[in-house]
Design a protein around this ligand. Sequence first.
Ligand SMILES: [Zn+2]
Length: 489
Amino acid sequence: MNLKKSLLFAFLFAGFGILAAQETDSAKILKTFHSISSHDLLKITEKLSSEKYKGRLSGSPEYLSAAEWCAAQFEQWGLKPANNGSWFQYFPNAYSEVYSKGSVKYTDPNGVEKELAFPDEYMPGSNSASGTVTGEMVFAGHGITAPELGYDDYLNVDVRGKIVILETGIPYTKNDSVQGKWTPYSYHRYKFKNAIDHGAIGLLYVGTIANPNTSFTEGFVYAHISEKVTEELFAASGKEYKKVKEQLAAFQMPSFVLNPKQKVSISAETKHFPDSKSCNVVGLVEGSDPVLKNEVIIVGGHLDGQGYLGELFPGALDNASGSADIMAVAKALAQSEVKPKRSILFILIGGEECGLYGSKYYADHPLFPIEKTVFMINLDMVGNGTGFFVSSGKTYPEIYRHFEKANQNYLHRKMDASEWRKSYGRPRSDAANFENAGIKTLSLWTSGGVFPVYYHHPKDKTDVLTPEIMEDAAKLLYLGILGVANDGI
Ligand SMILES: [Zn+2]
């Protein structure tokens, strides 16, 4: 054998070696892929949604104990604590405990009393003061006073000593730079403060969802009411709710005092904990490449929920489902025989429902340099449906193609993606805080809902999940993350 031939043989042999190694690698990857099962995912979801954690209200002892349970799983699976030896990243998070459903009763102009039904007609306020307020009602639109925009919902009404009825949101709905000027007025906390500054003693907030993203003020009692109830209250005062909404959308400030014979009484039983803290749970699968391990991919989603408002709000779809998928992928990557070359940071985020506290805290105190963060993927509500949706996937094709390939080769689900779109409104998801920190951020959720979605509702239980889509979303995540982690090497 001459030198040329022997070199050729050596080359071929090496080539076969690489091929054989590649085959083993993909077999190993598939083995891990198939180890992800809906059975395990459902067990995690059931655990997180159980009475024990009382709906995972961020800042509450039950949330912290859910966070500890997740950290214990990470530890068992071989992840590393990612915050200087700790599994937790703490931040301040005031919260209120709600001891009962309370009540909302109103008297119509003929003196007939009606008690509203939970949860279809009213929901207790997550940060209501404790006690009862009774009074006449005033509708004050979106509750905004913005002189620089020539807008004041309180201009022609006196709400002193009264209970104010407010809409959420802002009248300006186009997503452009003008909306930016309205954004400070879109926060629930702003509306509460403005109502109190104008002398209101209580609040009926239109829209029956539980929402801890509000503020506590001693003596200020509030509850959420349905649109249907609002319609009835307006009708008894000779107003058509639909028409008033149209006037609001046309910036006409249609505030009015309701018939003084109509009275409402709101009761709540709560206690506020202003100095509480909450946390993100942070676990790391360290990269196997000595250089690339300094680069990190973040897989996150919120662990917290709405809590317990006289009844359990399990938060199964929102977002025990996302937390379960994140945990399943953490386990898969920690135990996978094929190691990711880049590091993967798993973050179960706290305080999302209270106003995106945990993601903001991470953005302000990143555990890895932002410039070394390859991308972040956020999971919120991945447990009901038949397909996948990846927002911003089209903006980052170099990342998205790994997920697309995984779906094409192994999952065969309907999968769509969108372009990143600048939002001028207030940030509405954890993804926005990572994006604003300068990290490429994608969001994954499931599409084609099979069951009705009970959002921020006591019926958001595990029995309205489709576990097979949770399994496929976790599998998609596992292959997609591993693909990016080992890409370009
Ligand atoms: Zn959510």
